[in-house]
Design a protein around this ligand. Sequence first.
Ligand code: ZN
Length: 209
Amino acid sequence: MAMNIKNIYCVGRNFVLHAQELNNTIPASPLLFLKPTHSLIIADGRDIVFPKTRGDIHYEVEFVVHIGRQYEQGINVDDLIDQMALGLDLTLRHVQSELKKKGYPWLQAKGFPHSAVLTTWSPFKGIEESIKYDFILEKNGQVTQQGNIKDMIFDLPTIVEFTANNFGLDQGDIIFTGTPAGVGPVADGDCFTLKWDGKQLGDCTIKLI
Ligand code: ZN
């Protein structure tokens, strides 16, 4: 990665319609999990290859923020976040369902290599500017997911404060902020395009071999 990324935090169940489509309850506080840095890969038009033996991979498009400086209590989110990107939080949905049943951590379903797909970074223009635009995932040229950070159950200030207080937050950390409704399985050869403010920020083709 061009950027030295430290911790990869992800928020689960942060959009009502997505929580409902998976028959999940709405959490009372932010639900966070981590991905290893080995999960990172850039959506720069490349093919991303997974062995079919891993199981069914689902796509989840998400708004991703990059932390630009050390968190201090009460800091304005617009001063803390310096960059934004879009990402795919790739998920082994069947594995995750089994883990949930057993009450086990989600790592095996969420943390496999190349499960954190990122577009290139853009400057973060602040929350007020960012809620003007939807983020969009196209699959093979068709819009399959569309979201807006104004619809998050836990907004950016809440997520940032919760993460900092419980786990720590510093320059180089990134946060996947949750997926809107419309998640689904990846088929071999699916082409994904991630769009923001009418512009394409990244794309990739997923190959299952
Ligand atoms: Zn997700």
